[in-house]
Design a protein around this ligand. Structure first.
Ligand SMILES: Cc1cc2nc3c(=O)[nH]c(=O)nc-3n(C[C@H](O)[C@H](O)[C@H](O)COP(=O)(O)OP(=O)(O)OC[C@H]3O[C@@H](n4cnc5c(N)ncnc54)[C@H](O)[C@@H]3O)c2cc1C
Length: 389
């Protein structure tokens, strides 16, 4: 067993840490208040090769894997979860293509994401279903040319407005079917007739990266744009399982950023002839959060390591879901407790605490809520996928 990062990953961490301090930190508040897409930071991520981190070298990336992306996102999320989400979107929609796509699909759609020439988004959720993926209503009906016609509405889609293509899941079987084989995955290009962006959401946090609807109205999709075989529910799950450490990284980065800020503030803030940091009650809060943070990091790094070994099938679900569950719940807890450590100052926009607090809550909802993760972990224990004997 070796807990050290490889020299390459240590160098990546140092580089992204520097970029995050120098370029992301000064922009975080402005991205939140203007709600404008941070194109300058996207350009920075392209220039520094971060958009290609998770993409294998043969498709134009640097092959740093899920662990590389996890480490980079942790650094960025210390200051801006919106910027971290931008980088996460290099993997969420490309994941199913990398896992089950053809060589042509990988070259045509994943390579431009690695180089930053294109952006992509992921369409699973619909207005009437989120957690209950099998209940989706978007239909894919066969057309005369051997392809498919897609009709439906996807919603809450991150990066919907900037995307050049979408990884969309639809029912190739009967819409009422609860059979897992009734769902398939497609690459849908933004420029195709019938594809449009609908309503954009007004959000509590993670502002600047639009979330909204994708409208599919009689969209003709050629047969070669189906990802994998007919029956893509398992592919959706594999894609999401492999993403658990990446979402978790947004949580640990946020918790680290909040705790570091609160500690420095408490050391300066006088009270009762001492500083806030001198009170044991406050020190214990710091210690508890620090211990939980390191536990979350270990879960997250192990999950990333598993995903990079291709271990994101059913038997690995508890380990992957645990990282997402624990790290994102910790982000909510840490942002709340760290805000409290600043008192009134924490409530004001002069400090980043209220921003961390609003951003954190998104993390326990996206890509499978905390309750869904608990269901998955419990199933794994009941089935002895996770057992200690
Ligand atoms: C900012 C943001 C960005 C997003 N980006 C994307 C994106 O890019 N692409 C995409 O496809 N989706 C995206 N989503 C949607 C997200 O994936 C869903 O919100 C999530 O899957 C939950 O679905 P829901 O909101 O419909 O909640 P519901 O499924 O309606 O659940 C409501 C509540 O019930 C609980 N619940 C549901 N089922 C169970 C159960 N079986 N046991 C116990 N509790 C349960 C849930 O945990 C939740 O607390 C985004 C959401 C947000 C907020």
């Amino acid at each position: 067993m070796n807990f050290d990062l490889s020299p390459e990953l240590a160098e990546l961490q140092a580089t992204v840490r520097k970029i995050s301090r120098e370029r992301v930190l000064p922009r975080a508040r402005e991205i939140d208040s203007t709600e404008e897409y941070p194109q300058d930071l996207f350009d920075l991520f392209v220039e520094t090769g971060l958009t290609g981190l998770v993409v294998p070298e043969e498709y134009g990336g640097s092959g740093a894997g899920i662990l590389g992306l996890t480490i980079a996102i942790e650094e960025i999320a210390k200051y801006s979860n919106a910027a971290a989400l931008m980088l996460l979107l290099t993997r969420l929609p490309t994941g199913p293509v990398l896992i089950a796509g053809t060589e042509d699909q990988k070259k045509k759609y994943v390579t431009p994401v690695a180089t930053g020439e294109q952006r992509a988004a992921f369409g699973l959720s619909e207005p009437s279903v989120g957690s209950d993926v099998v209940g989706m209503r978007t239909r894919a009906t066969p057309d005369e040319a051997g392809g498919w016609v897609l009709d439906g509405v996807k919603c809450w889609m991150s990066g919907v407005a900037q995307a050049d293509w979408y990884c969309v899941f639809a029912k190739t079987g009967p819409v009422e079917s609860r059979d897992h084989s009734s769902i398939s995955a497609f690459v849908v290009e933004r420029s195709w007739p019938g594809v449009s962006v609908g309503r954009l959401d007004s959000k509590m946090g993670v502002k600047g990266i639009d979330t909204g609807e994708l409208l599919l109205d009689g969209v003709h999709v050629p047969a070669e744009n189906m990802i994998g075989e007919v029956g893509g529910f398992r592919l959706a799950m594999l894609g999401l399982n492999s993403m658990r450490p990446v979402v978790a990284a947004r949580g640990i980065g946020l918790a680290e950023g909040a705790l570091m800020y609160a500690v420095e503030y408490m050391k300066e803030r006088p009270a009762f002839g001492r500083t806030i940091a001198d009170f044991q009650g406050m020190q214990w809060k710091v210690a508890e959060l620090a211990a939980e943070l390191e536990a979350a990091r270990l879960l997250t790094y192990r999950a990333a390591w598993l995903a990079d070994q291709g271990k994101f099938g059913r038997e690995w679900v508890p380990y992957l879901s645990m990282a997402k569950y624990y790290a994102t719940e910790l982000a909510v807890k840490a942002s709340s407790e760290c805000l409290q450590m600043l008192g009134a100052a924490g409530y004001m926009k002069d400090h980043p605490m209220e921003l961390y607090y609003r951003d954190a809550k998104q993390l326990t909802i996206v890509e499978g809520t905390s309750q869904v993760q608990l269901n998955l972990i419990a199933r794994g224990v009941l089935d002895h996928d996770l057992w200690w004997d």
